[in-house]
Design a protein around this ligand. Structure first.
Ligand code: AMP
Ligand code: ZN
Length: 114
């Protein structure tokens, strides 16, 4: 998708600090980390938000959770814990209209969402 910053990251038009990649999914470090570990997991398919996920994306969405598991183990946060967040729309403060899953970890996250 033209003018989508995350599509540009997928296409290597914008650099990123990648932590995982396969044919369906990319994960990279958030440029403005809100915790010691802050990783974004995104589908390579351009899906603007949760609202545009369709039945044909079932395998992709399930795979994203597999990848989150792999990353949690790789980053050694599987024992200490982590939080997964997806913002959707204005009130949630979604800034990038390409579906993404924040993985936050590395400190006690408290009761606030981020
Ligand atoms: P959201 O508010 O849920 O849409 O989150 C968007 C996230 O993308 C924010 O946490 C930003 O810091 C992050 N972000 C924006 N541009 C980049 C980039 N070029 N590389 C890595 N993370 C980015
Ligand atoms: Zn995109």
């Amino acid at each position: 998708m033209e003018n989508c910053i995350f599509c540009k990251i997928i296409n290597n038009e914008i650099p990123s600090n990648k932590v995982y990649e396969d044919d369906m999914v990319l994960a990279f470090k958030d440029i403005n980390p809100q915790a010691p570990i802050h990783i974004l997991v995104i589908p390579k398919k351009h899906i603007p938000s949760i609202l545009e996920i369709s039945k044909e994306d079932d395998t992709l969405i399930a795979h994203i959770y597999d990848v989150i598991n792999i990353i949690a183990k790789k980053e050694n946060i599987d024992k200490t814990g982590f939080r997964v967040i997806t913002n959707c729309g204005q009130d949630a403060g979604q800034e990038v209209m390409h579906l993404h899953f924040h993985i936050l970890a590395g400190r006690k996250l408290g009761t606030k969402i981020i």
